[in-house]
Design a protein around this ligand. Structure first.
Ligand code: F58
Length: 828
């Protein structure tokens, strides 16, 4: 037997699965390479090593996840279920390293193995399971839920192909399938035992049950299985790890044995292939709404799986479902999961035998709904025949909800048939539609918009009638973004400087950035601030050069607009300014023009012709400008292809100017605007979405405002908006449009951009011509201010110091207090 002294001297046992030391992690990487991946070092590729590191980090997460799950189970905590058809997560590895506080250790372990850390990080394919703002917001909220120790789970769809990869050929967008799963996905755990058979189609039958109660039975035509895949979400410096549970469609039986036995092999596997198609691909349309059957089926599959999963978990502790709403707060991320209202009713009434009234009470107390758009063309409404073919029982339930709801409305507002018609869940003015926003509004306890202006407009316009009958349901929660990904991960040098000055507590409490204000006059601090921005621009310039071949000058003003391409976002207004600059350069009027690099990025919906033409326009203008020697050293225009989360990490920290140009009243919030400001870029923007609040926070003097207000836009429409007058009144605008029509930018082809110039001249739905003069004037102010570097830097620091409100932590706290009534839970 060893002596007590000897056993004390024994080094502490280390664990290569959970240990946080460099040596343990080095061992774990090599171990995973062989034992998990079946590779050996001499032939391992960078991707093999990336996977080995990912498994190493994942092990540490799983250990924490087990603790979190056990705590939530033991404490039976009230849980937030965030239902979203999209989660645009972005790459995981570095984010987890930061959150776990293991960044340096992992990096050292990787380097100790003789590997290049950056090469390895760059191997990761990002899960692009979203179109843009809405999906990215869901991902930011998961980060904050985990950081704040809120019991939560995200439910969504595991698309095999995420948002397409954008390639540019001859200036035109080409879509290439996104094969993010090609090399395997180390961040997910398949849960084949968590699977639900989801019915589709068929018909319903009704009758009395043994107890004499009226019951409806849905006899579906087919079933498709939804299988769970779990992705762990870590929080920053937090012990809790929450789950994103995504469902993948599979066939309920792999083979139709009847067909197989008669020798029809292909027929036998057809159903399998057909079923799996359901979650194959993310619909790449940001707007407008396209009523595709497959889309409705996708929505129902994940929502039904999610609700059945909640009922299963609830059933582990509770006997009957009468307190379901006490256990869960379900958030509908827009109307894509709104079918959940009818599905929960079906599960409660048809499957679990609860009476209608009690079921409706539970349902209404469970759901809350976030609206993300004011564009009427983007509102989801399904043709009744299509809806009936896919979900016949849900259509009956929706009719019944509607009948009772409209009875109430008529009792409260006798004689106001117009009101009842507008509130109805069914649009009956012509072809009949199911209105999903109305279903979500009726079935929810709270309804929120995503910025103050947006919520005000929701109440005044899109959901005005709901606001009339239930004003107490409405509230605003202005969006926020996670400072971990969009600052700590993307801009480490700035983060180091900030933490050196005010300590690191701001990362969990962004309002503390205000302590930076006192440094905004400190010359040596401003010098360091400038040097960091300059270095970030150099890095971006290298990326631009590699991807586009265009050389840009890091000393020029980096003027950036990155977001989905859409007419309402007005990338073409930006291009009109570029053309105006070009005209000035040609005339030699370059006096107060700082050198500029105008950078664009963003995808266009594949079927959106105008958006694709805007991408072509940007390329065409760039080509002409770059071919003219007069512009050398003064103006460069770049379209950075395939803007995604990974690229975003490089873009926001390198921007000087953030372009937020939407026509007032059109952009619900915007979140890119927050990411830019957080990294020290100044905003040129309209009073739209969250720009209003950003300007309020950073101070009007630190924001370049232009354009009509939402009320003025409305007023102009009422007065009869006529772009011709605005064009006639502004020489620069006339000149720019005429130049576009002259073929100068299209190798003499006068017709190429006519669809754009014609809409500007004839309709100008987004009022570019109305806002043009004030935009140009604001851009002139930008140029002049940029030449006064000291002033610019001071404004930049103040933007960062005052951006604290736009952390997703603040937003999630508001959801918890005002909407969900969910509290943090201590883990352990
Ligand atoms: C966006 N919506 C809003 N929708 O446009 C933006 O103002 C807001 O900041 C953001 O939501 C977060 O609240 C948006 O991104 C989509 O991408 C949908 C995807 C599914 C199809 C319909 C559009």
């Amino acid at each position: 037997m060893k002596s007590a002294a000897a056993s004390k001297r024994k080094p502490k046992a280390t664990c290569i699965r959970t240990g946080g030391g460099v040596e343990e992690m080095k061992q774990a990487i090599l171990d995973n390479l062989v034992c998990v991946q079946g590779r050996f070092a001499p032939v391992a590729t960078p991707n093999d090593y990336y996977l080995a590191v990912a498994y190493t980090v994942r092990d540490r997460i799983l250990a924490q996840w087990a603790k979190t799950a056990h705590t939530y189970y033991a404490k039976a905590s009230r849980t937030v279920c965030y239902l979203s058809a999209e989660f645009l997560l972005g790459p995981h590895l570095e984010n987890h390293m930061i959150n776990l506080g293991l960044y340096e250790e992992v990096r050292q372990a990787v380097e100790a193995l003789g590997l290049d850390f950056r090469t390895l990080i760059d191997q990761e394919e990002e899960p692009g399971l979203g179109n843009g703002g809405l999906g990215r917001l869901a991902a930011c909220y998961l980060d904050s839920l985990a950081t704040l120790n809120i019991p939560a789970i995200g439910y969504g769809i595991r698309y095999e192909f995420g948002i397409f990869t954008q390639e540019i050929r001859d200036g035109w967008q080409q879509e290439v399938p996104d094969q993010w799963l090609r090399m395997g996905n180390p961040w997910e755990v398949a849960r084949p035992e968590i699977a639900y058979d989801i019915p589709f189609g068929g018909h319903t039958e009704s009758g009395l049950d043994d107890a004499g109660r009226y019951r409806v039975r849905w006899v579906p035509e087919r079933r498709i299985r939804g299988v769970a895949y779990d992705t762990m979400i870590t929080g920053f410096a937090s012990p809790s790890v929450i789950l994103l549970r995504l469902f993948r469609a599979e066939a309920t039986t792999s083979f139709d044995l009847r067909l197989f036995n008669v020798g029809d092999y292909y027929g036998a596997v057809h159903d399998k292939i057909d079923s799996e198609n359901l979650t194959k691909v993310l619909y790449p349309n940001d707007e407008p709404f396209a009523g595709r059957q497959l889309r409705l089926m996708q929505q129902f599959l994940f929502v039904s799986c999610a609700l059945q999963d909640m009922i299963r978990i609830y059933g582990q502790r509770e006997e009957n479902l009468s307190r379901f709403h006490e256990k869960y707060a379900i958030q509908l991320n827009d109307t894509h999961p709104a079918i959940g209202v009818a599905e929960l009713m079906r599960l409660l009434v048809d499957v679990h035998g609860i009476g209608w009234d009690k079921a409706w009470e539970i349902t209404r107390k469970t759901f809350c709904y976030t609206n993300h758009t004011l564009l009427s063309e983007a509102l989801e409404k399904w043709p009744v025949p299509l809806f009936h073919a896919v979900l016949p029982r849900h259509l009956e339930i929706i009719y019944e909800i509607n009948r009772r709801f409209l009875d109430d409305v008529r009792r409260g507002h006798p004689g106001d048939e117009d009101l009842a018609r507008r509130l109805s869940l069914i649009d009956e003015g012509g072809e009949r539609y199911v209105r999903m926003a109305n279903l979500a509004a009726v079935g929810s306890r709270r309804i929120n918009g995503v910025a103050r202006l947006h919520t005000d407009l929701l109440r005044e316009q899109v959901l005005n009638d709901f606001n009339r009958i239930s004003p107490e349901k409405f509230l605003n929660v202005t969006n926020g973004v996670t400072p971990r990904r969009f600052l700590v991960l993307s801009n480490p040098a700035l983060v180091a400087l900030i933490s050196e000055c005010i300590g690191p507590a701001w990362i969990r409490d962004l309002s503390r950035l205000s302590e930076l204000e006192s440094f905004s006059q400190d010359a040596s601090f401003l010098d360091r601030w400038r040097a960091i921005n300059r270095r970030n621009k150099e890095l971006l310039a290298t990326i631009i050069r590699t991807r586009t071949g265009i050389a840009t000058d890091p000393d020029s003003l980096f003027d950036v607009q990155v977001k989905r391409i859409h007419e309402y976002k007005r990338q073409h207004l930006n291009i009109l300014h570029v053309i105006a600059l070009y005209n000035r350069i040609r005339r030699g009027e370059t006096g107060d023009l700082p050198p500029r690099t105008v950078l664009f990025g963003g995808k266009a919906a594949p079927g959106y012709f105008m958006a694709k033409l805007i991408i072509k326009l940007i390329h065409a203008v760039a080509e002409t400008i770059h071919a003219d020697p007069k512009t050398a050293g003064l103006l460069r225009v770049v379209f950075l292809p395939n803007f995604n989360v990974k690229t975003a990490h490089r873009v926001y920290p390198a921007a000087d100017l953030s372009e937020q140009l939407s026509t007032a009243g059109k952009e619900a919030s915007g979140t890119g605007n927050m990411k830019f400001s957080m990294n020290g870029a100044l905003t040129i923007g309209t009073l739209d979405g969250a720009n209003v609040e950003i300007r309020e926070e950073v101070g009007a003097e630190n924001f370049f405002l232009f354009g009509l207000t939402a009320a003025e836009v409305e007023q102009k429409w009422r007065e009869g908006w006529c772009p011709g007058d605005a064009i006639a009144a502004d020489e620069g605008l006339r000149e720019a449009i005429e130049l576009l029509e002259s073929g100068v930018f299209s190798r003499g082809d006068r017709g190429l951009f006519l669809p754009l110039t014609r809409t500007l001249r004839e309709r100008d739905d987004y009022m570019l011509c109305a806002d043009y003069p004030s935009y140009i004037e604001a851009q002139d102010r930008v140029g002049r201010t940029y030449l006064r570097q000291k002033e610019w830097l001071r404004m930049s620091v103040l933007n960062v110091a005052r951006v604290g409100k736009f952390s997703s932590d603040r937003a999630i706290r508001e959801y918890c207090e005002k909407i969900w009534q969910v509290n943090p839970v201590e883990i352990g």
